[in-house]
Design a protein around this ligand. Structure first.
Ligand SMILES: C[S@@+](CC[C@H](N)C(=O)[O-])C[C@H]1O[C@@H](n2cnc3c(N)ncnc32)[C@H](O)[C@@H]1O
Length: 351
């Protein structure tokens, strides 16, 4: 199977897959930075996939082969798609569409070219077997054929989970302008090391994605969704109501530069958040000013041994301020957030 996830969090997805399949799964390849994890499940069970919170989508992988970067790759792609048997996954009378992607640079062809040759190959193979052409329906097809070129490798398969991307969870009724993908929120919580029966804080919770993911993951945690803008707090509440977890989250309107005034000192075990980005605010200096007050305040409310995960475009400044406040940098990596590669940092308050 091919699991698609947030680029930079492939190891988190591999771990979650192992947990959900309870050992009945083998990790074949973790494509770091590509948002791809290839797994082989001992059983054809797909229910665990529906429980997974780190994946955008999943597909049954039917063929994977090196095709190269040149335009002659398109002929090879067509042959591989035809021979893969993907057409047999389209029930007679149903429709299909090809969802093509190209990952990486240097190809002499586009994802549209891939979609075109794979679509034609699938139609030809189907017609050869059943004597007529299957219907192509781009919106809401019966079967979504997944075709992707990842570097010089071509993969073809059939989507089984997440034709509508998995990170668009049904609960998002209030659209915060800078909402975090729920898969990235999940990754923040996992990398912070959050657990059940602990106190989990998002100090700048916006539309509440991190708090809602925490409430969906942990049954018995105290979860605090803290944000300065009352409109976003109302939105977060609406989202939490839609996710049916509103009763398990505390919503607080407040300033993250003065967390201790509301929460008291040493009250929080784990924090996870995406503070505003300088680039998006249009002024990195205002973000640095915010960090200079917010990070020490976060330090004050964390319990010794507590960990806080943030995503940021201002990692040098965040690390400097965090160290000055007393935090240790427990972990750092790059993750993809929309069209940016940003830093995911985990700070730990020494125990
Ligand atoms: C990038 S957004 C968070 C989005 C959120 N993770 C979501 O998924 O909807 C950052 C949030 O930080 C809030 N914020 C900015 N400065 C703040 C402060 N001093 N105290 C509390 N919240 C603040 C903004 O109002 C904004 O909603």
């Amino acid at each position: 199977m091919l699991l698609k996830c947030n680029p930079g969090l492939e190891d988190v997805t591999a771990l979650e897959a192992e947990e959900e399949y309870q050992g009945r799964l083998r990790i074949v390849e973790v494509r770091k930075g590509r948002g791809r994890v290839i797994v082989e499940a001992e059983t054809p069970l797909i229910r665990p996939l529906f429980r997974m919170r780190s994946i955008h989508s999943a597909a049954i992988l039917l063929a994977e082969e090196r095709v190269g970067y040149g335009s002659d790759a398109l002929d090879k792609i067509a042959d591989i798609a035809r021979a893969s048997g993907v057409h047999r996954y389209i029930p007679q009378g149903s429709s299909f569409a090809v969802r093509a992607e190209r990952i990486g640079e240097g190809h002499e062809y586009t994802s549209m070219d891939v979609a075109r040759v794979v679509g034609k190959a699938v139609q030809e193979a189907f017609q050869g077997e059943y004597g007529y052409l299957p219907e192509v329906r781009l919106g809401a097809p019966g079967v979504a054929v997944v075709a992707e070129v990842d570097g010089d490798v071509f993969r073809v398969g059939v989507a089984i989970v997440g034709e509508r991307s998995g990170h668009r969870r049904g609960y998002r009724v209030y659209d915060h302008p800078a909402a975090l993908k729920s898969t990235l929120a999940y990754g923040l919580l996992r990398l912070a090391g959050a657990r059940d029966s602990s106190v989990i804080l998002d100090p700048m919770c916006g539309g509440g994605t991190v708090a809602i993911e925490a409430a969906l993951l942990y049954e018995d945690a105290r979860i605090i969704c803290h944000e300065k803008n009352p409109r976003h707090v109302r939105g977060a509440l609406e989202n939490a109501l839609a996710a049916r977890v509103a009763g398990r989250i505390e919503f607080i309107v407040g300033d993250a530069r003065r967390l201790e005034e509301v929460l008291g000192e040493e009250t929080v075990d784990y924090a996870a958040s995406n503070p505003p980005y300088g680039i998006r605010l249009g002024d990195p200096t205002s973000v640095r000013k915010l960090y200079s007050k917010f990070i020490p305040s976060l330090y004050n409310v964390m319990r010794p041994g507590g960990r806080a995960a943030i995503v940021t475009t201002e990692s040098n400044h965040a690390v400097t301020v965090a160290r000055r406040a007393g935090f240790r940098v427990a972990h750092a990596r790059k993750v993809r957030h929309g069209d940016l590669w940003v830093s995911l940092l985990v700070f730990e308050k020494p125990g």
